[in-house]
Design a protein around this ligand. Structure first.
Ligand SMILES: [Ca+2]
Ligand SMILES: [Ca+2]
Ligand SMILES: [Ca+2]
Length: 485
């Protein structure tokens, strides 16, 4: 009886179900489990995303090397009789990406409110201070056309002569306009990203490689097809009124000229003509100091259905997420003391001058503290850059223009302020580095008026590649050295 008595109790208990408390506890447990699983999956997908972004940037950096070295060989072959070679260097303030913008109190990349903000000194290279250099070279060697005439995407044309420009591209906004990298609009900082939606953040920038084949008798439509005799055509506006069409806006990658014809064309320029100014700036009628560099047009995602113009605009897109593009040069331009690196005057009279000595100009590296035994390293010339990373630019340790080294005081290894300066350094920034302006730029241009001057033997390119989606902690840096002699 006792046994049978217990059964209803057990049955009653098993039918009772869950109490509210038990239900809540189990729901909470399930929620915790789901959150945990989410965390694990989120973490691993972020890891996969970062890994993918890293492998993408390293793949792009490696692929770029083959093309850059090929162009370097072409430039070396063309250099002895090339019409010109131009390096134009300039820095710009910009946010690395959206997250960087959102951390900034006044939404302005040119101001540094917080102690931990990336520096924006003119000679810095940081996540807020970027280099947007340009390199213009003539090439000898086989190159194929990358665009086609109207109604087609490619042509069979090829040529053994070419002209290539490396530099950041103008990219379309979501309307009809093209915007410069980091360009800001007329309204306040809160509108700048809206004004320039595709080329505002440094991680959106695209380094362009705009290659033009040269052919004096082109088979199809070419840039500047008219038989013009305007000086400097067909690669630039005229040297007299600046109104001719610009190569940087051209949809054709074929120019109706040759290296020889163009050099002959340039030889007719009057002495003192600022050919380099006309070839590299947007409005050549403006004075040197306040001109905007001429940038070529690119469009990585042309409208569908694709047409010849859209296809042509996509071909210059070379390196995506290129937040830094730094071009510097090296060679034998002066005589130096082997034990100190000081520049030696090689003429007996004033103004003091230093001739090449058969040794590539060098810098003595004495280690981080300046006390190690000196090691001789190639000296690179260019827009001032703090390569020793100690917060200041020093003439005899960092990258500076050759002019700055020559004109430095003898105690700093130079010849003094009256030194004869190199004719190919056409525009130099202030040598008072602390006071260097954010828009100060540097132009080194070898051309018809420096035929008897030494030319660079090497060009160093430093590029930093970043992920537009912010998946990697910092951009990856790549260095390429092109041997020109
Ligand atoms: Ca700011
Ligand atoms: Ca030398
Ligand atoms: Ca330094």
């Amino acid at each position: 009886m006792r046994f049978t008595n217990r059964q209803p109790v057990q049955l009653r208990r098993s039918r009772r179900g869950f109490s509210l408390l038990e239900l809540m506890v189990s729901i909470a447990l399930v929620l915790i489990l789901i959150l945990g699983i989410n965390q694990v999956f989120g973490l691993s997908s972020r890891t996969v995303g970062a890994g993918q972004a890293l492998s993408e940037t390293s793949r792009d950096g490696r692929n770029a090397q083959a093309i850059l070295f090929d162009d370097g060989r072409g430039a070396a072959a063309a250099l002895p009789d090339a019409p010109f070679l131009i390096i134009r260097s300039q820095g710009a303030n910009a946010f690395r990406n959206k997250a960087d913008l959102e951390n900034d109190p006044d939404l302005n990349a040119a101001t540094q409110e917080q102690a931990n903000d990336p520096t924006v000194r003119a000679y810095d290279v940081s996540e807020r201070r970027h280099r947007l250099d340009q390199l213009c070279m003539f090439l000898r060697g086989l190159n194929h056309r990358q665009t086609g005439r109207d109604g087609s995407f490619v042509d069979q044309d090829s040529s053994y002569e070419g002209y290539v420009v490396y530099g950041h591209l103008l990219l379309p906004d979501n309307g009809p306009n093209f915007r410069a990298p980091g360009e800001t609009g007329p309204k306040g900082p809160s509108d700048w990203q809206n004004f320039n939606p595709n080329n505002y953040f440094a991680s959106q920038w695209i380094l362009g490689r705009s290659l033009y084949l040269l052919n004096p008798t082109p088979s199809g439509p070419a840039f500047y097809g008219a038989n013009t005799t305007v000086p400097l055509s067909p690669l630039s506006p005229s040297a007299t009124n600046g109104n001719d069409p610009r190569l940087s806006q051209s949809r054709f990658d074929l120019c109706e000229t040759s290296i020889d014809l163009f050099r002959q064309n340039m030889s007719t320029l009057p002495p003192g003509a600022k050919w380099w100014h006309y070839l590299t700036t947007v409005d050549p009628t403006k004075p040197d100091a306040n001109t905007v560099p001429a940038r070529h047009l690119g469009d990585p995602t042309p409208a569908r259905p694709l047409d010849s113009l859209g296809a042509a605009r996509s071909t210059p897109c070379f390196l995506r997420g290129c937040t830094q593009f730094i071009v510097e040069y090296a060679g034998d331009f002066c005589t130096q003391k082997l034990d100190t690196g000081d520049v030696v005057q090689t003429n007996a009279v004033n103004p003091p001058l230093s001739d090449p000595d058969g040794v590539i100009d060098f810098v003595l590296d004495r280690g981080k503290n300046g006390t190690d035994p000196p090691v001789r390293k190639v000296r690179w010339y260019g827009l001032p850059r703090d390569v020793t990373d100690d917060g200041v630019v020093t003439v005899n340790r960092d990258v500076v223009p050759l002019s700055h080294l020559l004109a430095a005081l003898p105690s700093d290894g130079g010849l003094g302020p009256s030194a004869v300066l190199p004719a190919w350094e056409r525009w130099r920034p202030s040598s008072n580095y602390a006071a260097m302006g954010p828009d100060d730029f540097f132009v080194a241009a070898w051309g018809p008026d420096t035929q008897n001057s030494p030319k660079p033997t090497m060009i160093r390119i430093t590029a930093v590649l970043d992920d537009a989606d912010g998946r990697i902690g910092a951009g990856q840096s790549f260095e390429y050295v092109l041997k020109l002699q």
